[in-house]
Design a protein around this ligand. Structure first.
Ligand code: ZN
Length: 178
């Protein structure tokens, strides 16, 4: 009997969970745990993360993050703030790394590896941190506040995914044993 609330293994005839006190009824025993969110993560979210990170890398490389890549305006940005060129190249490499990592994490989840959930949760935190770090370094280098609604959205999104998935996988940790 696996507790649906905390994932602890109990005796098959247990009436309640020895760890968290969740009561077991017959309805619950017969109802399998839903895996829709897991499927969303491995078939949509992490694959999207792969392509979005590659796209970010391209935008950083080409200068499309400034004025949609209008060449003379991009060149002006880099002339006024030469440090930005180096920061952008650094974060281009980081974005490629995150693209690779998203597939790596995905494969761990697909194979139900023991550390897969921890890895996935760390990946989400890392995503939010990188966004803040880019914002911080560019603000520092230019003296212009680059914190905007996109940065906020990225951070909030990743925090939401983190807390939601943390709770979701807590109830399914008995599945990740490979
Ligand atoms: Zn429990």
């Amino acid at each position: 009997m696996i507790c649906r609330n905390c994932g602890t293994s109990n005796n098959d005839d247990a009436k309640f969970c020895t760890k968290c006190g969740e009561t077991f009824d017959s309805k619950q025993i017969n109802k399998p745990l839903g895996m829709k969110w897991f499927k969303f993560i491995i078939y949509i979210q992490l694959i999207m993360a792969f392509f979005l990170n590659l796209y970010s890398a391209y935008r950083l490389y080409s200068g499309e993050i400034y004025f949609d890549g209008t060449r003379y305006l991009v060149d002006q940005v880099y002339t006024v703030f030469p440090a930005l060129r180096y920061i952008d190249m650094m974060f281009m490499i980081v974005s490629i790394g995150m693209a690779v990592l998203s597939i790596f994490v995905r494969q761990k989840l697909v194979k139900y590896r023991t550390n897969a959930v921890k890895l996935y949760l760390s990946f989400l935190i890392l995503n939010g941190l990188i966004s803040l770090l880019y914002c911080g370094t560019t603000s520092f280098a230019t003296g212009i506040n680059t914190f905007d609604v996109n940065v906020l959205r990225t951070v909030v999104q990743n925090l939401f995914l983190f807390f939601y998935s943390n709770d979701y996988f807590r109830k399914r940790k008995h599945l990740f044993v490979n």
